[in-house]
Design a binder for this molecule. Structure first.
Ligand SMILES: [Fe+2]
Length: 159
């Protein structure tokens, strides 16, 4: 099996597993049952700050300059996403004064990702969170380079 086939099968298997989840039920549990947009956007704020922190944590130990640069871009992109969501919450009338999205602690996935030690483990974990970043990181691990195209394109940026 070549690398491309492996990645394609991994993505397909992950999609099948994730399709079994009930997203509304999962989110309802995370926000205490209230699926109001402002509650969901606060969950998104936490996700964005955690993603930014993970990319920044992995940066110093990345195995190549290209990977360091990709992680630096990702950390910045996630911070930008945070700012966009914060702006939308303010438009919805949510007062974020003093709000700290990680005051109650980091998520289990953050703790898991924080513990990954190798570039390969970290890139594999990205499969679950962001395919655009995955493609960029895969190219780097394979010895290639990336364009200056922005990474981490999320729905927030596509508005
Ligand atoms: Fe993001």
């Amino acid at each position: 099996m070549d690398a491309n086939t492996f990645v394609a099968e991994l993505i397909r298997d992950n999609e099948e597993l994730l399709a079994r989840l009930a997203p509304a039920a999962t989110l309802a549990n995370e926000v205490g049952g209230d699926l109001a947009p402002a509650k969901l956007l606060r969950v998104a704020l936490k996700n964005e700050i955690e993603a930014s922190e993970i990319a920044a944590m992995w940066l110093p130990s990345a195995g190549s300059v290209a990977l360091k640069l990709a992680l630096a871009r990702q950390a910045g992109d996630e911070a930008k996403h945070y700012t966009h969501i914060e702006q939308r919450l303010r438009e919805l009338g949510d007062n974020l004064a003093g709000y700290d999205p990680v005051a109650a602690g980091y998520s289990p996935i953050f703790e898991y990702l924080k513990g990954l030690q190798t570039d390969v483990e970290r890139v594999a974990a990205e499969v679950l969170s962001d395919r655009h970043v995955l493609a960029e990181l895969e190219a780097i691990v394979a010895g290639g380079s990336v364009s200056s195209a922005p990474s981490g394109a999320h729905a927030v940026e596509r508005d």
